[in-house]
Design a protein around this ligand. Sequence first.
Ligand code: FAD
Length: 482
Amino acid sequence: MIEQKHIDQLRAIAGPGGATSDTTTLEPHLREWRDKFHGHTPIMLLPDNVETASQLVRYCQQHNVSIVSQGGNTGLVGGSTPGLEGRTEVLLSTKRMNKYCVVDEDDFSITADAGCTVAELQEKAAEKGLLFPLSLASEGSCTVGGVLSTNAGGIHVLRYGTTRALTLGLQAILPGGDLIDELTALRKNNTGYNLSQLLIGAEGTLGLITRATFKLYPREVQKHTCLLALDNPEKALQLLASARIASGDRVSAFELMPRFGIDLVLKHIPGTSDPLARPYSWYILADIATSREDTALAADIDDWLENSFENGLVVDGAVAASLAQSADFWRLRESMSEAQKLEGGSIKHDISVPVSKVPAFLEQGSKAIDDLIPDARLVAFGHLGDGNIHFNIMQPENGDKTEFLARWEEVAILVHDIVIGFGGSISAEHGIGTLKKEELTRVKPAALLNAMTAIKKALDPNNIMNPGVFFAGHLPSTDCGD
Ligand code: FAD
């Protein structure tokens, strides 16, 4: 429990409109997108400026009140849900910290408040003929603070890098309430530890990010969207290498999709249609793009496709003839998570292995799942160009959802051990949150875990910032206030 006097005091600091305990308003903030986590909180704080946010964090630190930070609440690992595992935490939402979003055309940069959505940054950049390349299906809701804290990836990592690679600097409130300001458009700055980079991917455990500056790129004005059918992921890997070479490394997205994933989209998402005349086992959806009109690129793509058909890498395919058709192809990919949600229970893994190992991982992983739960249905899809596969296992048709989901841990251990065997990571995009902290402890070398714990203790000795994230039982728990 958090004492009422602290809640009253936080409400007073937050000011008018800066806090709520209304259950209807709170409800969507307490539920995770997949409905896997349901939390609770006595109060949601909604500061609309950095000074108020800093005072709130400082008060919480002084009185041992725990905080969970939240942006768009599209995270998938329970990191933004307060009140899990018996804790009580105040929820600090950045949704009113969304006023500043400014492009600097000379610096090719954009600076935005933590609560601005990724879609807003994309739009602001596009207005100036520039590209903010981060792109993910949740971009209409996920925020600057959220994508930084989870080091989000998305479909353009192959060409432009993750959120970490796009970040020039940030401003944040440390757990004690101090503001660090590393907002900068500097491309080079070697002056000791880079705290901005430390906060990226920290999932809210080391402070509250309040603003950030990102790199921009020239806008892609000519884009060729190719939807290609192929026999197996091994061929997809060869196709990726040949596409990079043939296009002069202008592949900005390269996504792998299995037929069963397409079937689920066609079944559950209205307005979608089968992209090719007949079904195939695997598909690649690729964007090859350039920032200036380039007729030679179209010819290079034609040659590449012709060669790919001739040497048997591709068995069928289409290049989008219009922006509308490109959007239709992408809808199939972007709807794949939603379609699984509508189909039933799904045990999800957001893993990565070296790009070259994806086919071998898929083969070994599918066999292991087949042996464990023969009638489970695998939907393995995602960012082949980054070696990042959403290795999702759907409940058996007509099976019991709760019974199936109860096997999450058993299945995850099986899959993660195979991933580790290939030198991979148990989280490529979504992070650890509360969902995978036991697994993190199981697979991460002790020396690395010890270093993480030391950093956390140095910056947040009372463990008030997102105390349920990352660390499985290593740190003090302080959810009661004082
Ligand atoms: P939240 O969910 O609110 O929070 C996520 C984490 O960040 C929490 O630990 C929270 O405490 C912390 N946090 C939030 N704001 C701050 C802040 N200001 N300061 C400090 N900590 C903060 N992810 C990918 O990487 N790639 C994808 O392709 C992708 N696709 C998705 C598709 C769908 C349909 C959905 C629902 C999610 C997808 N995600 C993807 C996951 C999710 O969108 C990302 O993790 C995103 O970065 C979360 O942003 P958010 O603003 O919603 O953060």
